[in-house]
Design a protein around this ligand. Structure first.
Ligand SMILES: C[S@@+](CC[C@H](N)C(=O)[O-])C[C@H]1O[C@@H](n2cnc3c(N)ncnc32)[C@H](O)[C@@H]1O
Length: 280
């Protein structure tokens, strides 16, 4: 039986503030008062799973040195909404504009580095892999072509690596894409599909907090940073954008999410389409 007492379930304003401060410090995510209910529900799930008696004691767990609960806490806070071909104009831009130019740029080196910097459950990097495989065809084997897919949340990274999705996640995709790049995951996973192994060949999944030091040196040719900067405040957005600018090659492409305007007005970034920028 659960050890969680009803009167201990409330998250008082001081505790909510403490929690917001902790989330901000670790992840850069700014939790607004409007998210209080959502945060409460998500953490209550953890509290019940752990059978911890109260929020106060849950906080104590988080504050212990090397807290094992901290990653679960972070995973519970992040919002991971994504889909295959989300904001599809970015993939069209790669196919029609960027990749033909990049072929000329890289010449005999045939090197391509793409970073999906908040990859969530993997739909974004797999859509990138489909795009590159479609563009290069079998020639992709002659290329030094890599996609780095990172996220802060370890749960979504596990899903990404597995590459198994409910059938309805691909329902709206064109038949040819479904046929070429997905296969049934039954009987292991009834009602699920698995991405074609070929798509995984060029992707490396790693955990990375955008707020911490980045181990990669680059240069990257393409960076996707979509629908994550919206969770950060302006100074954090600008600090991350500056770091992208350092690691993106001149002529490289930066794709942001539909409501992310931080790159506007940066003299080094030339807007070439909807939330699509080329580094000058
Ligand atoms: C809404 S999803 C966006 C997924 C995908 N880029 C898209 O546009 O469909 C936001 C992702 O950002 C990740 N995230 C949040 N804070 C982060 C941080 N500080 N570092 C890295 N990833 C973070 C979350 O875990 C989540 O998976």
């Amino acid at each position: 039986m659960s050890n969680v007492r009803a009167e201990e379930h409330s998250l008082n304003p001081r505790q909510f503030q403490e929690l917001c401060d902790m989330v901000y410090e670790i992840t850069g995510i700014v939790l607004k008062e409007s998210k209080r209910e959502m945060v409460y529900r998500r953490l209550m799930r953890r509290i019940r799973e752990l059978n911890v008696p109260s929020f106060s004691e849950y906080f104590q767990l988080l504050k212990t040195n090397d807290s094992e609960e901290l990653p679960n806490f972070i995973n519970a806070i992040t919002t991971n909404l994504t889909s295959f071909y989300r904001e599809s104009h970015h993939f069209d831009y790669l196919l029609e504009n960027f990749l033909p130019e990049h072929e000329k740029f890289t010449g005999a080196k045939r090197r391509l580095r793409v970073w999906s910097s908040a990859c969530s459950t993997g739909e974004e990097p797999y859509t990138l892999s489909i795009t590159l495989n479609k563009y290069f065809g079998r020639q992709i084997n002659l290329w030094d072509c890599k996609i780095l897919a990172t996220d802060l949340d370890t749960n979504v990274l596990d899903t990404s690596k597995e590459g198994v999705y409910k059938l309805d996640r691909i329902e709206s995709l064109p038949t040819k894409i479904k046929k070429d790049w997905f296969e049934s995951a039954e009987p292991d996973y009834p009602g699920h599909v698995r991405v074609n192994e070929i798509l995984k060949d060029i992707i490396t999944f790693k955990q990375l907090n955008l707020l911490n030091a980045w181990p990669m040196k680059g240069p990257f040719d393409v960076i996707f940073c979509r629908n994550v900067l919206i969770y950060f405040d302006r100074p954090t957005q600008e600090a991350i954008l500056e770091k992208f600018l350092k690691i993106l090659r001149p002529g490289g492409a930066l794709m942001l999410g539909h409501s992310e305007s931080v790159a506007k007005g940066y003299s080094q970034l030339d807007p070439v389409g909807r939330t699509t920028y080329i580094k000058l």
